[in-house]
Design a protein around this ligand. Structure first.
Ligand code: G6P
Length: 471
């Protein structure tokens, strides 16, 4: 697999960029950005000398770094990062508009939150074409073009040509049932664009099934057993390949002295018996409001934990210009204040709430310091935080929503229906009361899987399946 990577250049294309660059006293500093996709893919790209094309959000800072709009990411083998600049109009129509007000809610089956604005759609088409043009500008013979996520569904179609490049897609978010997907007025165009890929992978079997079914509904010929879609003379292979984490780095970190010191400092800053940790991008798919209701229920039902268990909830701002997200932030702030008001005593409050960007080095000590990891998304493509939490833990318990893609693969977690308030409150209690032998047994089996199905397994498996298409 390694050989194939060095023979053929990997060109990764995503909307989100992995780093922001800026000058500090004449020196270029890199700031790692949050988000499941980029945190997951960066370690993989560090191993191959490829090219990553993405939207440069920190454009003003970036332009002073390199007029050529490219920069090397220097770590291990490193890779080259090329930024695409989006105008305010493009950001509004393509990013905030179609990507985040149509594709995101529909793929997560929040149909009532979708805004099917025709101008958004035109902007989505234009910016997808812009991405395709930027790829074409860079294209070398034998390049492997690997496109990521819901912002760029039309790019494979725009790249398609006779003897065109090898194109694949990894879809990081859920693919919904036809009943949701069919509400998009441009459903056929989106599917046709995607079906120009030679290979498409999703995190779970359910998303694969939903996708195949949607393809069938628009008239494609679908072989459900071998998961092959034939449409207008070309074939697309479809498969579930769950994204893994860089397990080795996490397990090394778990024993690093400096890290252990930071973990202890975090633990000591909370004067309670038990620490429960949750971290989310501010998004209605993350189930934050439902979780808060369950936390309220937990303290009401198990008052012995008042003053004894603290929930640390970190929330990273996201898509702040979309109204839905602004309103949700206000509701969360109010609910947390209400719960804290109800149960607080002396100098203890049940929820310690931090709203702000969450740099990884600050986040990681919390993973290890927490007795319980609380991940209760209403729906999620995968959720890498669940995997990262388990990878550094040697004692903790994970509570995981059965609607996160990760639930298909993490049998050792306590699985919950995030909408079932009482079940979630009971799960928190069960996690806090679980004896050590049981906790260790669960962790051991989770770690074996995380180690085997890591980021390298994912990359190799994806590449092998993709390259098989050309045999
Ligand atoms: C999810 C999506 C990514 C996206 C990230 C952050 O993980 O799958 O494609 O980049 O959220 O969202 P943002 O809108 O900030 O790019």
């Amino acid at each position: 697999m390694e050989a194939e990577f060095s023979d053929r250049r990997l060109v990764l294309v995503s909307n989100g960029e992995p780093y922001k660059h800026h000058y500090v006293d004449d020196e270029v500093k890199m700031e790692k950005l949050a988000g499941g996709l980029t945190t997951g893919l960066d370690p993989m790209m560090q191993d191959v000398n490829g090219l990553w094309i993405a939207w440069g959000r920190g454009e003003a800072d970036f332009e002073v770094v390199d007029q050529d709009k490219k920069i090397r990411v220097p770590d291990k083998n490193g890779y080259t990062l090329k930024r695409i600049n989006l105008s305010q109009k493009e950001k509004d129509g393509f990013y905030y508009g179609f990507s985040n007000e149509v594709m995101w809610p529909i793929c997560h089956t929040f149909i009532s939150k979708a805004n099917y604005d025709e101008d958004y759609w035109h902007s989505y088409q234009k910016v997808n074409q812009k991405y395709a043009d930027n790829i074409k500008e860079e294209l070398k013979e034998e390049d492997l073009i690997w496109i990521h996520d819901y912002h760029l569904a039309l790019v494979p179609g725009y790249l398609k040509a006779e003897n065109g490049p090898a194109v694949s897609m990894f879809w990081h978010i859920p693919w919904p049932a036809w009943e949701a997907f069919r509400t998009i007025p441009w459903r056929k165009e989106i599917l046709v664009g995607l079906l120009a890929s030679d290979f498409i992978a999703f995190h779970t079997d359910l998303f694969v099934y939903n996708f195949l079914n949607c393809a069938k509904k628009i008239g494609a010929e679908v072989d459900f057993e071998n998961k092959i879609v034939s449409y207008q003379g070309s074939e697309t292979k479809v498969k579930s390949i769950p994204l893994g984490i860089d397990y080795q780095s996490f397990s090394e970190l778990a024993n690093d002295e400096d890290y252990l010191k930071k973990t202890e400092a975090v633990r000591n800053s909370y004067d309670t018996e038990k620490l429960i940790f949750a971290v989310d991008r501010l998004d209605y798919t993350k189930g934050i409001e439902e979780r808060l209701n369950a936390i309220d229920k937990f303290f009401a039902k198990y008052p012995e934990y008042i003053g004894e268990a603290t929930i640390v909830q970190r929330v990273a701002p996201s898509r702040t210009e979309v109204k839905e997200y602004q309103q949700m932030k206000e509701r969360i702030d109010r609910k947390i204040a209400e719960i804290n008001g109800k149960y607080q005593k002396d100098d203890w409050a049940p929820i310690k709430y931090f709203y702000g960007s969450v740099p990884q080095e600050e986040l990681l000590p919390y993973y290890k310091a927490a007795d319980v990891g609380l991940i209760t998304a209403s729906i999620d493509g995968m959720n890498l935080v669940a995997k990262e939490y388990l990878a550094v833990q040697d004692n903790g318990v994970l509570i995981l929503s059965e609607f996160a893609g990760a639930a298909q693969y993490l049998d050792s977690a306590i699985k919950v229906n995030p909408y079932h308030r009482e079940e979630l409150a009971d799960a928190i209690y069960q996690a806090l009361e679980m004896d050590e032998a049981e906790r260790k047994k669960r962790l051991k089996s989770a770690k074996e899987d995380l180690k085997y199905y890591d980021i390298n397994w994912w990359r190799d498996n994806f590449l092998e399946n993709w390259l098989d298409c050309y045999e």
